[in-house]
Structure formats: C-alpha cells, structure tokens
Design a protein around this ligand. Structure first.
Ligand SMILES: Cc1cc2nc3c(=O)[nH]c(=O)nc-3n(C[C@H](O)[C@H](O)[C@H](O)COP(=O)(O)OP(=O)(O)OC[C@H]3O[C@@H](n4cnc5c(N)ncnc54)[C@H](O)[C@@H]3O)c2cc1C
Ligand code: FES
Length: 497
C-alpha cells in the first residue's frame, strides 16, 4: 500500500545533497523535521555554523505525516496541565504555544504553505464525552484563551451533543511545504543541509556522528529526531502511539477552514485542504499503542467512520505516523545527561511544540536561559505528575519482553509463508521476524529490537517491524526507519525457499 501523505505528495521536492565528506561545525542537528529545520534557521540567522543531517528527505518524518493544524491548546487537553502542574503553568503553556503559532505565521509569510487562520472546534458526539469537553472549556478560559461555546458546527460535520468549544484565532498549513520553505530560508542564512544522510554512529561524548558516506564533528549535537537516538532516561517515561490519516477529494458540502476535533467512542480530527484548485478532506484518528494492534484494521475503521459521516468517496492518500507522549504533559527540551540536546515528548501537538523547542534550544545554544526552558528540561522527573503514564509504559515494556501479541502469527513454517505475509518464526533456537516480499524474496531478521531488546511486531500497512517499547521501526531487511534504535536488526540467512 502506498503510504505517502497528502502533504508529502503535494509539496515541492527539496533535493539537498548527500553528506560525502568529513566536516566540522559549531552545531550538528540530526533530523530535518519542523524542530530541526526551525533550529537550523534560527542558529544560522545568529551567525552560528550549522550542519543538519536528515536520514531521508526534509519533512519526511512525523512533520510531513501530521494533520497540519496549529493551535495553542493540547490534544490531551489544557486541563491535564492544570491538574498535573497548576493553572499558572497552563497559562504559560498556552502563551508559549500562541507565540509559536504567530512565529510560524511570520515565517510562512507569502510563501505557498497554505497557512490560514481559523477556529478550533472541540466537541462531544456522545453523552459520555460531554463532561470532558465541559471541563476543557473551563480550563481554556482559565488559561486565558479566546474561547466560546456554540451549539452548532459547520455542515456536514457530526452535530455536537449540546455545545462545541470554539477556540478562535488558531491556524492550519501544509506542513511539508512549510518545512521545505523554511529549509530554503535556513540555507540562505548559511546552514548546510544534507538529505539521505542517516546517522548510523553517534559518539555523544566526542560529539561526532557518522553516516555511511561522511562524518560530522561538532561543538554541540542536537537530536531533533522526534525521539532521541540511543538510550535516554526520558524514553522510559514516554508511551509511543501510532495514528492513521487519510485524504480524499471533497465532493459534498465543504465545512471550510477549521480544526475539527470530535469525540465519541473514538477521537477524530478532521480538516480540509486546497491544492491546485482542488479541495480535499483530511481525517486522522485510530490512535493505538505502537505494535499492539492491527494497522490495516485501524485504517479500515478510520475510512469507514469518515465515509459514514461524509458519504462515499475514493480515498486518495493513506498514511500513519507515531507520537511520543511525555509522562507529565510537558515536552522534554534541552540538554540531557548525555551532553546532547534533545526535543521530544510532543504527543500529537509537535508542529507547535517543535517550533517552541527550536526557539528554546536556539536561546540555550546562544548561552541564554529562557524561563519556559526550565519547565521543559529533560532532567526533570516528576513521579507524581507522571505516575500513571510511567506505570503504563513499564507495563507495555514488560509485556513486550516476555510475550508476543496476537497481531502477528507464530509457529509458521517459512516454506508456507505467502507473498506479502509475515510471521515470527522459531528457527535454530532463535526468534526471527520473517516477511516474504510480493516478488517472492524472503527476508528474515532477528525479532529482537536493537535498542533495548523488546520483540518487534508486524505493521501490515507500512510493511515494517515495529517495536512497542520505545517506537523503533525497521524495514523487512532490518534497516532502521524510525525511533531510538541506531543499529539494524540482524539479518538471518535461512536455507528455505
Ligand atoms: C497522525 C499525527 C497527526 C499529527 N498532527 C499534528 C497537528 O495537526 N499539529 C501538531 O502540532 N502536531 C501534530 N502531530 C505531531 C507532530 O507531527 C510531531 O510532533 C512533529 O512533526 C515532530 O516534529 P520533529 O521535527 O520533532 O520530528 P520529525 O518530523 O519526525 O523529524 C525528525 C526527523 O529526524 C530524522 N531522523 C531520524 N533518525 C535519524 C538519523 N539517524 N539520522 C538522521 N536523521 C534522522 C527523520 O527522518 C525525521 O525526518 C501529529 C502527529 C501524528 C502522529
Ligand atoms: S525501541 Fe526500545 S527496545 Fe525497541
């Protein structure tokens, strides 16, 4: 299945070169999503020498697979910050995020990034979800948001049970086009950007990173990789969730600009986007803990739910991406015990958090100490604020270490594995993750994640082996796609056709 998001399919190609030599720089940024590219721009504008290494293409990670909404609130609700921290912190969060949306607007300028101001709607479509929405309305008011209640939402969205919370002055854009645009600004300001330059070795102490074709020695290293590479304490506190997105031409009534979040048995985020004179409907939902569910089934449920609400229509784009949720609701931004800078724990709010992170880290790398940076420092550990999430996470990891889920088949014979089939196979006393490609080629790799040893699980939508513990993902041949793992899964030569 083609899993290119509508953003990646419609944005201009960037086409930066591969790193092909050994270079040195002030700041090495690993990762070319919104966090890394914004930081490269801010540092280059202040005269720092910057090298950015991106494993794939600029924006190809979570940024280019998001929903493209920009808002001062949070997907888990501002009330979670008010209750885990206090109302003062909730106000700071909202103010910081509002300023970041203004900053994005200033950079998007007149570029073709689809930036538009709009309202954000949050509402319940089932009686059970109503109390949560009411609670969030109060928290938003107390946090200083420009918010009101409305009994109706634009057609043909599902009707709210009682009121919808309408947060004014929010925004949306084409995230891939935006990040490509600011990458151009970063290069103009003097940053060196490299694509298809995956870091495969990282010496955090020596601040040296190597790709297959070159190396970078730096004074400072920033891991803008969505979750940091290698072992970091914060990984133990962050559950990893995968979520699905679809886009289809908009054929019926057009709800117009707006971030629409509605909650029933499931949570949905819906928006529209325009491209070359055509309108598309974008729907995102079906969030699950990574590696513990059937990806194809999740996508089908999402498609069915959108069809039920908006009528039949041909889905033109399908994709998925993952998010890392911090234990206490705030992201982890800044220098961690490894000596490198990290920026993670953004949940599904990281287009704004990533911008905030870049602003904070740029300040810190220029020797300043922004106040909000203190709240987000990675070294904090708040067992009370994050207690439950932490316990849930330890539970997931323990389960993954000791047992397999039913989302992939076991006890299968390699010889009976059909094209496009996968299975965990016991051979030579070891567990292997096997997949047969459509052309018949058989791939067998170790089923043990190279990060910290959990067992990987099959993702049928993206043809990958995913690790439920901290989000590493691998291609059928074992190469790393995503997550904290640096080393590939060990390839196994099997004497079976
Ligand atoms: C389905 C979904 C919808 C979302 N919608 C929204 C939304 O509407 N609004 C919002 O604010 N947030 C949203 N988010 C969250 C948001 O997309 C992310 O938090 C944000 O994009 C993170 O940006 P980033 O730059 O930190 O990471 P990424 O965009 O993932 O960038 C990290 C980059 O690092 C690169 N990389 C990784 N390993 C290496 C390596 N070894 N060497 C070199 N490069 C490497 C990757 O290729 C990648 O390009 C959504 C998330 C999901 C899952
Ligand atoms: S991602 Fe940490 S063990 Fe797999």
């Amino acid at each position: 299945m083609d899993t290119t998001s509508i953003w990646r399919a419609t944005a201009p190609q960037t086409g930066y070169a591969l790193l092909q030599s050994d270079v040195s720089t002030d700041v090495l940024i690993i990762g070319g999503g919104i966090t890394g590219v914004t930081l490269a721009l801010l540092l280059a504008q202040q005269g720092r020498s910057v090298v950015l290494l991106e494993a794939d293409a600029i924006g190809s990670g979570s940024t280019g697979n998001s929903t493209g909404n920009l808002y001062e609130t949070l997907s888990q609700g501002v009330h979670t910050i008010a209750s885990r921290w206090d109302r003062g912190v909730a106000r700071q969060v909202v103010a910081q995020r509002r300023a970041a949306v203004d900053f994005v607007e200033s950079l998007a300028g007149r570029a073709d990034c689809g930036f538009r101001r709009c309202n954000h709607y949050l509402y319940a479509i089932s009686e059970e979800q109503r109390a949560g929405v009411t609670q969030e309305f109060t928290a938003l008011l107390q946090a200083g948001c420009n918010v009101r209640l409305d009994t109706s939402v634009p057609e043909p969205l599902p009707k709210p049970v009682r009121d919808a919370v309408v947060l004014q002055g929010q925004a949306q854009f084409q995230p891939q086009a935006y990040v490509a645009h600011i990458a151009g600004l970063a290069v103009e300001a003097g940053a060196d950007l490299y694509e298809h330059s995956r870091v495969i070795e990282l010496d955090q102490k020596a601040k040296r990173a190597a790709t297959a074709t070159g190396a970078v020695k730096a004074q400072e290293v920033v891991m803008a990789t969505h979750t940091p590479k290698g072992f970091h304490v914060v990984q133990a506190e962050m559950p990893v969730h995968r979520e699905y997105g679809i886009a289809r031409p908009l054929t019926g009534a057009d709800p117009g600009p707006g971030v629409f979040w509605y909650r029933g048995n499931d949570r949905f985020s819906v928006r529209t986007m325009q491209w070359q004179g055509r309108s598309f409907l974008v729907g995102v939902g079906q969030e699950h803990k990574l590696g513990t569910h059937n990806a194809k089934a999740s996508l089908m449920v999402l498609e069915g739910a959108i069809e039920k609400q908006f009528g039949a229509g041909e889905v033109s784009h399908r994709w998925s991406a993952q998010n890392y949720r911090s234990a206490d609701g705030l992201p982890y931004i800044g220098r961690d015990f490894s000596g490198c800078f990290i920026a993670t724990g953004f949940s599904t709010d990281g287009l704004v958090w990533g911008t905030v992170a870049a602003q904070i880290m740029a300040e810190q790398l220029m020797g300043r100490s922004p106040e909000f940076g203190e709240l987000c420092k990675p070294g904090r550990f708040s067992p009370v604020k994050g207690g439950k999430a932490m316990l849930d996470e330890v539970g997931t990891m323990t389960m993954s270490l000791v047992k397999d889920y039913l989302t992939h088949r076991q006890g299968e014979q390699l010889s009976t594995l059909a094209p496009e089939d996968s299975a965990i196979i016991e051979a030579d006393g070891e567990s292997f993750a096997a997949y047969r490609a459509p052309d018949g080629e058989l791939f067998a790799v170790s089923a043990v994640c190279t990060h910290l040893g959990c067992k990987v699980h099959w993702n049928s939508v993206e043809t990958s082996w995913d690790c439920p513990c901290h989000g590493s993902r691998f291609r059928p041949d074992g190469t790393v796609i995503d997550g904290p793992a640096i080393a590939p899964l060990k390839r196994k030569q099997l004497n079976v056709a």
